[in-house]
Design a protein around this ligand. Structure first.
Ligand code: GYE
Length: 324
């Protein structure tokens, strides 16, 4: 059989057999195969992240078995089990929430399959259940959001600002840490009160729903700042503010996270005040770790990409700042 067909055929066969419940084991000596469990497709961030991992795997010449869990932890666990049965070389996964992974990760360890966590972290008493983690420093992101707010309040000479927080998926790392970092920066400053915190699950439609409810409850005069944990929800929030004749960026301050194209252009128009950057381009770093594991080189336990924030204090004409 021609070499170039061998890997695709093995992957196809593996997929078909896994779908029937009986995965064949990968033969040693084959090209490196990475099993990747993506948590969903809820935002532009997630789409760009999936594409980054696919492209990097191709660049490294690795086979990629990918499963999209559609926001279901059970689906992620099932995907990880099928990767173990197939004996992929490395499992990469982005955990939707932090807890509930110990059992399946113990199974991976018993089978001798290393696990790389990408994007989100897990909460476990046993750190040896994963080999490495690559993802943003979400706590630092939350702090950047808080630091921006302090700077803005100073510039506006605001006496008091009421804040509503539209958070990401409950118990996910970005939700927990973006909240904790933000609160650590603002909570001792008497100018700020967080009057409500509601989850919008990182979804545009839920961002719309949540802000509609908060406006009904408190009225447009009831709060001054919206801190939204991602751009997709922020875009949904902008739609609602527009419909209700509330001027985002001036009547209501908006602080968001990610840096997707549509949000960056809203920032440039003055409709969002600050976007804390969170890069989805993690594929290259993940695959370089896979390569290191394959070569038997040591890998760092935790690595974070370098990130910053785009705000209405910055020169927004920089063409590099166009988003994903
Ligand atoms: O901010 C959001 C996505 O985990 C960093 O998940 C990721 C977050 C990202 O849905 O847009």
């Amino acid at each position: 059989m021609k070499d170039k067909w061998r890997l695709p055929l093995i992957l196809l066969l593996a997929f078909l057999l896994t779908a029937c419940g009986a995965a064949p084991e990968k033969e040693s000596g084959d090209a490196v195969v990475v099993g990747f469990s993506q948590l969903g497709a809820e935002s532009s961030w997630r789409m760009a992240n999936t594409a980054s991992i696919e492209q990097a795997a191709a660049q490294y010449g690795f086979g990629l078995m990918m499963d999209n869990a559609n926001q279901k932890q059970e689906k992620q666990i099932a995907a990880i089990r099928s990767f173990i049965a197939y004996r992929v070389d490395v499992i990469v996964f982005s955990p939707i929430v932090e807890t509930g992974w110990d059992n399946v990760l113990r199974e991976a360890r018993q089978a001798g399959v290393p696990v790389i966590l990408v994007d989100r972290m897990i909460e476990t008493a046993d750190d040896s259940l994963y080999t490495a983690y690559i993802g943003a420093d979400f706590y630092a992101e939350g702090r950047r959001a808080g630091e921006y707010l302090i700077r803005k309040a100073d510039a506006l000479q605001a006496e008091h600002l009421n804040i509503v927080e539209v958070s990401g998926t409950i118990d996910s790392t970005p939700m927990r840490e973006r909240q904790r970092g933000f609160m650590d920066v603002i909570q001792d400053d008497p100018r700020f009160t967080v009057i409500a915190s509601v989850s919008g699950d990182f979804l545009r439609s839920k961002g719309e729903e949540v802000i509609t409810g908060l406006l009904e409850q408190y009225g447009a005069e009831g709060f001054d700042v919206i801190y939204s944990h991602n751009d997709s929800m922020t875009l949904g929030i902008l739609d609602v503010l527009d419909r209700q004749g509330i001027q985002p960026g001036t009547d209501m301050l908006l602080i968001s996270v990610d840096g997707e194209k549509e949000a960056v252009s809203a920032l440039k128009q003055g409709r969002i005040n600050c976007i804390v950057q969170c890069t989805p381009y993690l594929g290259g770093s993940v695959m370089s770790l896979v390569q290191a594991l394959k070569d038997g080189r040591p890998v760092p336990k935790v690595s974070h990409p370098v990130e910053s924030a785009y705000t209405d204090f910055d020169d927004l004409s920089d063409p590099a700042m166009e988003g994903f």
